[in-house]
Write a protein that binds this ligand. Structure first.
Ligand code: FES
Ligand SMILES: [Fe+2]
Length: 455
C-alpha cells in the first residue's frame, strides 16, 4: 500500500501518467468542491424530495429508454421520473417525440406503464379523445356539447424536449435546457469507439431499494467500500489506484483496473481470481512466465488477438479499455460502465412519494452476436447461455432485493444501503465526510446543490 505522502487528492492515481492531453485516458484538471461535509437532510426529508421534484427533475436530461424499443411508427413506451409519466413515441415521419402522459381534457393518464404499438392514434380511455402520434389533437368526443371558447385553447398533448445519443433517448421538461450533447461533456467523444448505438439491451432488472436514490448513487460511484463489502473481487480489481476525473455539468469518470490485484492483498503469486480471468481469454497461468503484475497486460494482448480472430476492430481501443472499468456518470443519476464487449447502465430513480426508497434499474447492453459459443466476460452479469442475438426485446425482470437474485455484488449493496439510510437519519450523524477516493460524490452533490439553490 502507498504511504500517505504518496497521495495527492488533486491528482489521485492516473492510469497512464504519460497520456497525452488529447488521449481518452488523460487525467482531467482538478475541481475543488471543498471538503464537506454533505448535509444529511437531502437523504430523507420530504421537503427536499419535493424540491427535487420541482427544481431538479424538470431541468435535467432524464434517460427514458432506447430507440431500439420503438423501431416502427406507432411504437411507444412510457417513462416515469418523480411523479411524472411520459409517452415516448415514434411518429409517422420516423421522428421520436415525447409528451407528458396526460390528457388535456381532464388529466387522465393516456397510456399505462410499459411498451407497445398503436395502430393509428393515442386514445384516452376516459372519454375517447384522440391524438396523432405527433401529439396533435385529432378528435374531441361530442365536440358539439362543449362551448366554443372552452375548446379554443391548445388541445394537443404537451410535448417535452426529446433528444437521442447513441440510441439512448433522453427527455427534458425544460424548454430552455442546453442540448443533451452539451450536457454530456466528454462522454460522446470517449464513448464513440464502443458504438453504443449498435448495442442492444440484453438484460434489464428492476428492484425497489430501501434507501434514498442518492444513497444508492453515492454508493455506486466510489470503490472505497469494495474491500469491506465486496472483498471477493479484490483478487482481480485494484480498488485503490483509481483515476478519478471530474468534468463540467456534474459529469465524472473513474478508471479502475481489472486483471490487477488490489494492493490491500499483497500476494506475490498469481491468485486464483487472476488465473480464472486468464483462462477466460485462453491464457494458461501455469505456463505463464510473468508475475501477478504482468497479468493485466497479458490479458489485454490476448483479448486483442482474440478480437482480431473474430474480425472485430478493437484497434480503436486503448489497452486499458480492454480490461479496466471505465465508469462515467451522467448527472444526476446514471452510472455507465463501458467495455468493448458491452456496457452496463445503472439507473437510480427516486420513488414517486417515499424519500426512503429508490427504483434501481440494471441495464446490460451488448453487441449482438449470432455465435452462441461466444459469451461475455463474467463481470457483465449476464446469465450463462443468455440469448445475445438481440432479436428479442429483453423484458424487465422485477426482483425483490430481500430475496436476493440481483447478483452477489448487488445483493451485498442492497443490504448495506438499508443500513446506511437508517444511520444517516440518526440524531447522532452529522453529515458525510469524503475522502479523495469519494470525490465523485462531492462533485455530484456540488452540481445538485446548484440546481436546488436555484428557484
Ligand atoms: S380525460 Fe381524456 S378524454 Fe377525458
Ligand atoms: Fe458496492
Amino acid at each position: 500500500m502507498a504511504s500517505s505522502s504518496d497521495y495527492d487528492y488533486r491528482v489521485n492515481w492516473p492510469v497512464n501518467p504519460d497520456a497525452p492531453a488529447d488521449s481518452f485516458e488523460s487525467k482531467a484538471a482538478f475541481v475543488d468542491n471543498g471538503s464537506g461535509p454533505i448535509p444529511k437532510e437531502r437523504y430523507y426529508c420530504p421537503q427536499w424530495m419535493e424540491q427535487e421534484r420541482t427544481r431538479l427533475w424538470p431541468r435535467v436530461w432524464n434517460w427514458a429508454g432506447r430507440a431500439e424499443d420503438i423501431p416502427t411508427p406507432g411504437d411507444f413506451f412510457t417513462f416515469r421520473i418523480s411523479r411524472e409519466s411520459f409517452v415516448v413515441i415514434r411518429g409517422e415521419d420516423n421522428e421520436i417525440r415525447a409528451f407528458f402522459n396526460v390528457c388535456p381534457h381532464r388529466g387522465n393518464r393516456l397510456l399505462g406503464d410499459g411498451v407497445g404499438s398503436l395502430a393509428d392514434a393515442i386514445t384516452c380511455p376516459f372519454h375517447n379523445w384522440r391524438f396523432n402520434f405527433d401529439g396533435s389533437n385529432d378528435h374531441v368526443t361530442d365536440r358539439e356539447t362543449f362551448r366554443e371558447e372552452a375548446l379554443c385553447r391548445n388541445l394537443d398533448l404537451q410535448a417535452v424536449r426529446c433528444e437521442t445519443w447513441e440510441g439512448f433517448i433522453f427527455i427534458n421538461m425544460d424548454a430552455n435546457a442546453t442540448p443533451l450533447l452539451d450536457q454530456l461533456g466528454p462522454l460522446p467523444d470517449h464513448a464513440a469507439p464502443y458504438r453504443l448505438s449498435d448495442m442492444r439491451i440484453m438484460r434489464r432488472v428492476q428492484s425497489v431499494w430501501d434507501a434514498n436514490w442518492k444513497v444508492g448513487f453515492d454508493g455506486f460511484i466510489e470503490a472505497y467500500h469494495v474491500h469491506c463489502i465486496h472483498p471477493q473481487i479484490l483478487p482481480t480489481f485494484n480498488d485503490y489506484h483509481s483515476q478519478i476525473d471530474l468534468y463540467p455539468n456534474g459529469m465524472t469518470r473513474a478508471i479502475t483496473k481489472f486483471a490487477e490485484e488490489s494492493p490491500r492483498l499483497g500476494n506475490n503469486e498469481i491468485n486464483p481470481g487472476l488465473r480464472a480471468m486468464m483462462q477466460e481469454v485462453d491464457l494458461d497461468a501455469d505456463s505463464f512466465s510473468g508475475g501477478p503484475a504482468d497479468v493485466r497486460s497479458a490479458v489485454q494482448q490476448a483479448k486483442r488477438q482474440r478480437a482480431e480472430r473474430l474480425g472485430l476492430d478493437w484497434s480503436v481501443f486503448l489497452d486499458g479499455q480492454l480490461t479496466d472499468d471505465w465508469n462515467y456518470t451522467i448527472f444526476p443519476n446514471i452510472a455507465l460502465g463501458l467495455h468493448p464487449e458491452g456496457a452496463n447502465l445503472l439507473y437510480f430513480r427516486p420513488h414517486s412519494t417515499d424519500p426512503r426508497k429508490f427504483i434501481f434499474d440494471v441495464i446490460i447492453l451488448m453487441h449482438p452476436q449470432q455465435d452462441m459459443s461466444i459469451q461475455p466476460p463474467a463481470y457483465m452479469g449476464l446469465p450463462e447461455g443468455a440469448d445475445l442475438t438481440g432479436r428479442e426485446r429483453a423484458e424487465t425482470i422485477v426482483v425483490d432485493w430481500r430475496e436476493g437474485g440481483l447478483g452477489e455484488l448487488f445483493d451485498q449493496d442492497s443490504n448495506l444501503f438499508t443500513q446506511v439510510q437508517e444511520g444517516i437519519e440518526s440524531l447522532g450523524f452529522r453529515g458525510s465526510i469524503l475522502s479523495g477516493q469519494e470525490q465523485r460524490i462531492g462533485h455530484f452533490h456540488a452540481e445538485l446543490d446548484r440546481y436546488m439553490n436555484t428557484d
